[in-house]
Every structure is written in C-alpha cells, then in structure tokens.
Design a protein around this ligand. Sequence first.
Ligand code: ADP
Ligand code: ZN
Ligand code: ZN
Length: 739
Amino acid sequence: MADLTPVIVRVAVPSPLRRLFDYLVPAEMVTDAPSSALQPGCRVRVTFGRREVTGLIIECADTSTFALEKLKPVSQLIDVEPLLPVSLFRLFIWASRYYQHPIGDALFSTLPTLLRKGALPPEQGQKCWQLSTFGKGLGPDSLKQAPKQRAVIDKLLVEDVVSDEQLVALFSRAVLKPLQEKLLIESSNQCIPEIALDKLLRQDNLTLYPSQKQALEAIDHHHFNCSLLDGVTGSGKTEIYLQSIEKTLRYERQALVLIPEISLTPQTEKRFRDRFHVPIVTLHSGLTDKQRLNAWMQARSGQAKIILGTRSAIFTPLKAPGLIILDEEHDQSYKQQEGFRYSARDLAVIRAQQENIPIILGSATPSLESLNNCHAGRYQHLVLSTRAGNAEQPDWQVIDLKTERSNAGIASTTLTAIAQTLKNNHQVLVFLNRRGFAPAMLCHQCGWTAECQHCDSRLTVHRARGRLICHHCDFQQRVPQQCPSCRSRELIAAGEGTERSEAFLQQHFPDTIVLRVDRDSTRKKGAMQEVFNTADSGESCILVGTQMLAKGHHFENVTLVAVLDADSGLFSPDFRSHERMGQLLTQVAGRSGRGVAKGRVIVQTHQPDHPLLALLISQGYGHFARQLLPQRELSQLPPFRHMSVIRAESHRPDEAEAFLRLARKIAEKLQAPTPVLSYLGPLPALMEKRAGRFRYVLQIDADQRPVLQALLSAVAVELENHKDSRRVRWSIDVDPQEL
Ligand code: ADP
Ligand code: ZN
Ligand code: ZN
C-alpha cells in the first residue's frame, strides 16, 4: 500500500536566486527508487521555468509553504546515492551562507561539467597498462635500441599494473604508442590494487633537520589543528609536506594538496610523484571534462590517495580525508574574484575543522590574516628560519633611480651586476611586473595619450604584435602612425614593460639567451617548458618576467635577481599594497641563490629611504609583517575588523551608484550605523569605468562576523526582490581582496 505522506524535496538549481525550490516526488517514483536516491546530495531532473535542469536535493520534507497542487513534480531521480559526501555537502552550505552566494550556483559552478549536465558518475576503475603475454615473454636484451620503451617494460615487469596517468607522467604517450602497436602492452579499465603500506615510498625521506623535525612533530595527525608553516624560501617546507602526507597515507587516509598554479610549477608535482608510490590525481584548468570527472571520481572513491589541485580543488569529494595542505597560503589566486567569491584558504580551514583533520598552511611570506590567527592562538606558528642545506639568504642592494642613470629602466649598476653574473656562468632573473613593451603611448607634440575607450586606463604598447592593448578589457587596436589629435608623427612609447627590457637586454648581451616569461610569452604551448629546460640546464642566461617568475620555482643557478621597479607597491591606495609588496619582493628575492652559490638581490627604486622598504630589506618579511599588523589594528582594517563590499556596475554611470544608495538605505533601516557596524560609500571603484561599465562599491564593516552575516543575508534578499536589481550587475564580496 502506498504511503500517503507526500515526499517533497527542496532543490538547489543553477540559478542566481538565493533560494531553494520545492518539488513533489511522484508516489510511484518514491516506491520505485531506493531510499538512498532521495537523500540530500542526490541529483534530480526538474522543470525550472521553461527549461529542464539538473538540480541537487538539499532537504527532504513532508510539508511545503506552497499548496501541494501547485508544486511541480520531479521528472527524474538521477543518482541512486548522494553524489556528494555529507561533509562536503555541509561545506557548500556553509560557504554559500558565509559568502552570501546562491547555493545552486555555488554547487553547480564548482561541480565537474559532465555532472552538472546530469551525466551518471562513470564506472569506477581507471585506465591501466600491463604487459601482454607477448610482452611478458620479452627477453632481457630486446628493445636495447629504444631505452625508453625498455624502461616501460621494466616498470611493468616490476609493478604488473600501472595507471595510464602515472605511466604517461613518467614517460609519455609517444613512448607507449609503439609498444601498444607491437602488442607488447595492453590497457584495461580496472581498480588498481591498494599499495601495501611498506611500499608507499618510491624514494626515501630526507633526514629532517631539527627545526623541520620539531615542526612535523608539532602537527597532530589525528585531529583538527591548523598550523602555519612559516619558512623562508628553500627552508624545507615541501619536505615537511611530503612526510606529513606519508603519515596520513600510513593510516589509510587521503591528502588534499592545494597550490596556486600547477602549470607554472611542474617541479612541485614531480616531487610528489617521485616520492610516493600511490595514485595521485591533479586537478587544474588544463583538463578535459572527462579527465576532470575521472579525477574527481577517483578522489571520491578513495582510489586516489593524493589530490593535487588549484583553488577549486577545495571542493573535491574525499572518501577518507586525512590531511589538507595549502601551499603559498598568502597567494591571491586562492580567492575567486568573480561569481562565487570564496577563499579556498579560508574554506580549507573550515573543511579541516568539519572533517576533524589537520591542515597545514605554508608560506615564506604569510598573510597578515594567518599571522594574526597565530597571535590569537587559533593556529600554531611553526617557523623554519634558515634555508635547508648550505644555501644562504641572498644579499640585498638598493639602487636609487633618482640619482642613477638608467636605460630601458635598467640602472648602470644593475647592468654591471648582470654582466658580472653572466661572466661567472650564473643565471639572472630580471623582474618587472608589467607586461608589454611600454605602459603608455603619448604624443611628443601635443601630449595626447592612447586611452582605452571602455576603461579608465591607458593602452599598453605591444611592439612585437604592433598593437595597443587594454590590460583590463582586452580592447586592441593597431599602433597608430600619427597622433590622432595633432597628426604629429612623434609618438613615444613611454615607460618600461617586460618586452622592452627583454629587447634591451638581448641587444646588450647578444650572445646570451634572454627568455621572457609573462602571460604573453607563455601563451604558446611548451613555452614554459623551454624556460624550465634552459634554467635547469644551468647554462648562463637571463630570464625577464612578471610575477609569474616569482612563483615557487627552484632555479639552482640563479644568483642575481634584479627588481626593476619596487615603487608601485609603495603608493597604491589599496590597504593591502604594502603587505603585497613585501610578499612579492621576498618571493622574487627567494629565487636567488638557492643552489650552492650565494645570491644577490638588486632593488631599483625612487624611494630608497622609504622606511618600509628599509625594514623589509634589513629585517626580513617577519619583522616587516609584525610592523604592519598594529597599523591595521589602528586603522580598524582586516584582520581586525571584518569587511564586506556590495559591488554594482552598469552601462549607465548613475545606475550603479543609485542602486548602492538604495542598498545602503535598506541596510541602515535594518541596522543603523554604530561604532561596531559602519558603512562607507557608495564610492566609485578604484577603476571606475571598466569594460564599458561604471563600477561602484558600498563597504560594510563590522566588529563581529555574525552581525555582519545576518545583515548581509537580509539585505541580499531585499535587493534580490527589488525591481532595480535587474538593471545593474551586483554582487556581494565577503572578505574582499580587491577594492
Ligand atoms: P621550501 O619548500 O621551503 O622552498 P624545499 O622543501 O623545496 O623548501 O627545500 C629546499 C631544498 O632543500 C630542496 O632541494 C630540498 O631537497 C632540500 N632539503 C629540504 N629538507 C632537507 C633535508 N632535511 N635534508 C637535505 N636536504 C633537504
Ligand atoms: Zn599630438
Ligand atoms: Zn579597456
């Protein structure tokens, strides 16, 4: 006999609306489906407006605030059991509340595309290789002419079954192909047998130095605890990660490792693969939909033991979570800057807490937020203050651009130092955080400057491409021959970008390899690999680049780092600019002298006496950061006060501002301004016009998070229901990184 209680599911759908939608599960569907298909975390097909969409059950209920006859029926139950483990599901709910983002969009913007479209989770097991009968019978001397192919055979002789992913990572597809064609190896889809615990390591652990040992031992591997591993570049943080992962693997748990960027740091991935014998999956933007889903499923099923990924990998389901590591925790890429504006670092801590597992945040230049959490006793502060092995910290030298002559932005002292370094057969890294040839084009006669029609910004000269490009909206035009204002032909490319520095250095050192590393030069596939190959070869060369060069690379033979312009960070209106400058300079400097030879860092500036620069150079980042913290406290800025902004943008200049005035009115009615809750704005964004839209922000700050959260939630709902909200693009940014 059918149960008469109606089954209602509250479903999150991919929509910008901050609410769930009730659907009725038809009685026959309830009877036919296993009870596990009607649980939170299962997907359903439902009609939404005029579309059929995939939704996710958030709650099951037997009542609705709507009349039962008005509820639409669920068209299909997709999953037979929850797609997301309960704990991950809880994380999404937490994140959508905390970041004031619609749960449906939060869920569906982070799920693998194929699952979003309603695909069934693929069967478990992964593509693996093994020797064919023919391959097993191969004599020890065969394939001598093809040593790589031979190595594949030897590997399979020892290990029987190896995953496709691992084999391709170790060799390459090109090596496997002929072996398959010769019918020596064959592939199949299967579950890889679990690695025996005594065979976890492919390579021995290094013997830890006392400071490393102390740090590792301070981490409780069985309960939640958050450690800030604060170690200068090259101090052996990665070795601690590896040994902490080993402990986790030993009690049969998985480790989730987040890093800012995978393609830029293949060395990191290699170190993990070289050390462990276990299945490792990497999640990054370069994967196809199918690869992403496979990796996701392997993490969910527990087959993958180590999951290495960038920001969004924080939402990877794990069968048996045991450890979270987040490297370069200060890195801005952990904060998503559009749509679902979450911070993967902050969510990682929440996730670890919910799963009751340890988390390690690592950095040579920790954020003020994390340092403050250490001071407050929420995180334990593990410090490694010296470089591992013999490598010493580099020497700094400041060059005053006010008094020294420079050419293409390179002072003569710097040029001499570069020449000297090359003569010693070492490598040089020249750092300039501006890509393109020159940041401005102007007319010598009338002062006209090339500006973007869509943004409040100048166009950057890209000489090789013969174009002026806007770095904010990507508007492009040909480099003009004449001034459009006075027709003069005397147009000047003013200022320096990486392309100009590269050209100048190549001209000055014609026999030296000069390689540029920025977003333009690395667009070409394999370009970054060429840089790594050259750097690894140890041959003397000059690498010129933007902050892409500062990211965690380990270049043994770089002994000189030249920072061409340290000033931009000193005078930016953003309250985080000093912190960022300190981090960037320290990170770039950390690329120098990582091998046996001592390194040197040259900093060019117009402000050689700036007290913060002097402090950073003489005392190091730790002291520098300790000075910044009280200033933040004094000015009531994060991490001492909680900040949020409501952003709005519109094609019409007045609309965005008017909308935020409305937002402020609504908010003030709910919560009048007091010393513990304050409003600022609406104000124009730092770049008011961008990509044709006028942008405004309303800042709301509070002493207490719950007060701010409650207010934002209430304001969001009112704004969403207000007719004017459809005229502008608006969003809420909690703990904003950019203003
Ligand atoms: P970080 O991650 O802090 O930049 P790494 O872990 O990359 O530092 O270590 C820097 C260098 O020192 C690496 O070449 C690493 O192999 C070496 N190293 C780290 N720890 C040890 C150790 N305990 N014994 C010997 N060498 C070590
Ligand atoms: Zn002119
Ligand atoms: Zn533009």
